[in-house]
Design a binder for this molecule. Structure first.
Ligand code: CTP
Length: 399
């Protein structure tokens, strides 16, 4: 799920570092929006490193995507932790003089606030009136707890512990539309060996497949990620208890892993870029120039894995394939995609227009999703995580 964590200027901001960690570990995509003041307590690099997203306080960055409203519109939940007395007053008045302010005004998602301030400030009628107004508007409150405060005082005003804020957030998000659903996602690109040091490969980084796995996990699915040659760095985004990673190298290994795991899955998603051909023979020793002449590598066709999974699908299983196309125009792309969907016998086909720059290796993506009857069941542009969300939305509708 898409979660915005607003951080305002209080010492408790250090606790929010752990909260962001808990949220990302649970599979959520977290964007941190600090106020300028919050950065005095915890700096930008920390927020960027733990959320794995760029962080800004300004409404003037990424203007093309209308970020100041887009963040709020796309969020499934907005958390403000810590929420200072000042920030609660601004929220109540609807002041939007920074990115957090505009995000809070633009969102229709549930909002959860975790106040943190001195006891006197918390008890002040102004703060209490603001809290009452916010609650009337549907804002959810977690804490403040009673205990020791900065400066040695004690009383109500301590920010709720990160685990408690996390639990409140999970309760607001609900069980997720894939709760308990078993899914298998293949990702990355296969490598077909030529000799001990060379292979035929492709430029797939595995980012899109990893984003699909993470999104499914965040929605409650139990995920098996069959990972073909994905770097540890990319795979890190899928490190969580509900995702089991099965590393593979070649198309044959990927096929074997898919056949084994697909049998127990309700959804099978083939996002991996599979080599259509492999060398007939693999040299035991490195090919050298001493052999003389330019070597000819004879190829043999690999099995179409997704087609054979589709042919053997169990009752009610949804099979999703991906197609990378380099078409002249959209009409040609859709026509090719429809033919591919039919040929492979899959339920959904996610078509991705790729070029030297687009699609592969890049963080941004643009796709069309074809539904069972070949209709365009969805489109998505944006981050690979945005695309992943649109693909799972389409799967949930098809189920
Ligand atoms: N795929 C597969 N097994 C293969 C080749 C591809 O399961 N041997 C799957 C991919 O994982 C993807 C889909 O098929 O989900 C589409 O792959 P693509 O390469 O676009 O299709 P091809 O069948 O190879 O068609 P073409 O190369 O002619 O476009």
């Amino acid at each position: 799920m898409n979660i915005v964590v607003g951080v305002t200027g209080g010492i408790a901001a250090y606790k929010t570092v752990h909260l962001v960690r808990l949220l990302t570990k649970a599979g959520h995509d977290v964007t941190v929006v600090p106020t300028e003041d919050a950065l005095r307590f915890v700096g930008l690099p920390t927020w960027e490193a733990i959320s794995r997203h760029p962080v800004t306080t300004s409404v003037h960055e990424d203007v093309a995507r209308v970020r100041h409203v887009a963040l709020g519109q796309e969020a499934d939940l907005v958390i403000v932790a810590p929420a200072t007395a000042n920030s609660l007053a601004k929220m109540t008045a609807g002041i939007a003089d920074d990115l957090l302010g505009t995000t809070l005004l633009a969102t229709e998602a549930p909002v959860l606030v975790a106040p943190a301030m001195h006891t006197e400030m918390w008890r002040h009628p102004a703060t209490q009136a603001n809290i009452a107004t916010l609650q009337q508007r549907g804002v959810h409150l977690v804490g403040p707890a009673e205990g020791e405060l900065a400066g040695g005082d004690s009383g109500p005003g301590r920010m709720a512990e990160p685990e408690e804020v996390f639990a409140a957030a999970q309760a607001l998000l609900g069980p997720g539309d894939l709760a308990g659903v078993r899914v298998v996602v293949s990702a990355g690109g296969t490598r077909e060996p030529i000799d001990p040091v060379r292979f035929l490969g492709n430029r797939s980084s595995g980012r899109q497949g990893v984003a699909l796995a993470a999104e499914a996990a965040a929605r409650g699915a139990e995920v098996t990620l069959v990972a073909a040659n994905i770097s540890a760095d990319v795979l890190a985004a899928a490190r969580r208890p509900s995702i089991r990673v099965v590393p593979v190298g070649t198309a044959a290994e990927l096929s074997h892993a898919m056949q084994e795991t697909a049998a127990a899955a309700e959804v099978v998603m083939m996002a991996a870029a599979v080599a259509d051909y492999r060398p007939v023979t693999v040299a035991d020793r490195k090919l050298t120039k001493e052999h003389g002449g330019v070597p000819a590598i004879e190829l043999v066709e690999n099995e179409d894995i997704v087609a054979s999974l589709a042919a053997r699908r169990r009752e009610g299983q949804v099979i999703v394939a991906f197609a990378a196309e380099t078409p002249e125009d959209e009409a040609e792309m859709l026509a090719r995609a429809r033919a591919k969907q039919e040929r492979k016998g899959v339920d959904l086909l996610v078509v991705n227009e790729v070029g030297w720059e687009r699609g592969f290796e890049s963080a941004e993506n643009a796709v069309h999703i074809l539904g069972r009857s070949g209709d365009v069941a969805g489109t998505a542009t944006g981050s690979k995580r945005d695309v992943a969300a649109a693909v799972w939305d389409a799967v949930v509708r098809e189920r």
